[in-house]
Design a protein around this ligand. Structure first.
Ligand SMILES: [Zn+2]
Length: 324
């Protein structure tokens, strides 16, 4: 039996069920929230209750597991996620470790590491490994995957050090990786090249946001390494409209790549990028919600010739393999 650690504890991977592989619950900046949100746009009780309601609605659609890649840089705060998990008993929530930065290294790691002012093994790796093997802070909750970014700026010195630390934490623990990529610059290739150099098992990598691209050559090049494509921004029509995303997934299924794709929305219950305007976001981006895949995308995929077996592969079996 292979088990995966969730917010409520270990779960047999065979029990994961339908899994959305890239959804946030809350995206905040801790400093923004502490200094401007409290007493203003942030109400902890309202937000927790709202998340519980939205996630229970998702369970009613058949989803059993959600992988939340909210790490440092996106406001990871596990005690709040534990409260949400308590209110959604039908959902496994899997959390991550890593750093979300498009360019710079957090100053907290700048002077500590090999060859730096304090010459020592990279403490970032130990921090990630601790989250995966001991638990996050004093919560007892273990992270089950690693997250980093290679966006349009490519491998800046900061991004490179974070990605190598993530790769080395994977090599030490076997934990899978999700890397945020930029499809316009095809940075998925850069990320996979770096991981391969570090000895990462590429079958344990999700190339996040690959689904922003409709370039089948690029997508097949990624998938042919053994990596899984994150078709994970359904509803973010500004990056790629749903009809295009569906056509691309269907085309890849037809070419035999159903075992190399996972589906998700990259949605959130609340993001402080829009602190006072969160309700307006739902009007401007109406499909960017947790149930868009079940309500709209799956019927459209079936219409485009994708079989129920292929849908099960993307929603059930590929996530199970990733966390096994
Ligand atoms: Zn995301």
């Amino acid at each position: 039996m292979s088990v995966v650690n969730t917010v409520r504890g270990p779960v047999d991977v065979a029990e994961l069920g339908q899994t959305l592989m890239h959804e946030h619950i809350f995206v905040t900046s801790t400093e923004h929230l502490d200094n401007y949100g409290k007493g203003g746009w942030w109400d902890e009780e309202v937000r927790v209750a709202d998340a519980i309601e939205k996630l229970n609605a998702l369970v009613a659609k058949g989803v059993r597991t959600l992988a939340d890649p909210t790490v440092w840089g996106l406001g990871r705060y596990i005690p709040r996620i534990q409260r949400v998990a308590e209110g959604v008993p039908g959902l496994n929530i899997i959390v991550a470790t890593g750093i979300y930065s498009f360019e710079e290294l957090p100053h907290q790691y700048e002077h500590r590491g090999p060859g730096l002012l304090l010459d020592m093994p990279d403490p970032m790796i130990d921090d990630f490994v601790r989250d995966l093997t001991v638990g996050i802070a004093d919560t007892g909750v273990k992270a089950s995957f690693l997250k980093c970014v290679v966006d349009a700026k490519g491998l800046t010195p900061g991004v490179e050090r974070i990605c190598r630390a993530v790769a080395q934490a994977h090599v030490r623990t076997g934990a899978p990786i999700t890397v945020h990529t930029n499809s316009a610059t095809q940075s998925g290739i850069t990320a996979l090249d770096l991981f391969a150099e570090e000895g990462v098992d590429l079958t344990k990598v999700v190339v996040g946001h690959a689904g922003d691209s409709n370039d089948l050559d690029y997508l097949r090049r990624l998938a042919d390494t053994g990596a899984t494509l994150g078709m994970d921004r359904f509803g973010l029509d500004l990056y790629n409209p749903t009809a295009q995303r569906v056509a691309t997934v269907a085309a890849l299924c037809e070419r035999g790549y159903a075992d190399r794709m996972v589906l998700s929305h990259d949605a959130s219950c609340f993001m402080d990028y829009f602190p006072n305007e969160w309700d307006m976001v739902a009007e401007v981006v109406p499909n960017w919600r947790y149930d868009h895949i079940h309500d709209d995308v799956l019927p459209a995929l079936r219409e485009a010739g994708v079989t129920d077996n292929q849908i099960d592969q993307m929603l059930l079996f590929n996530p199970r393999r990733y966390f096994s």
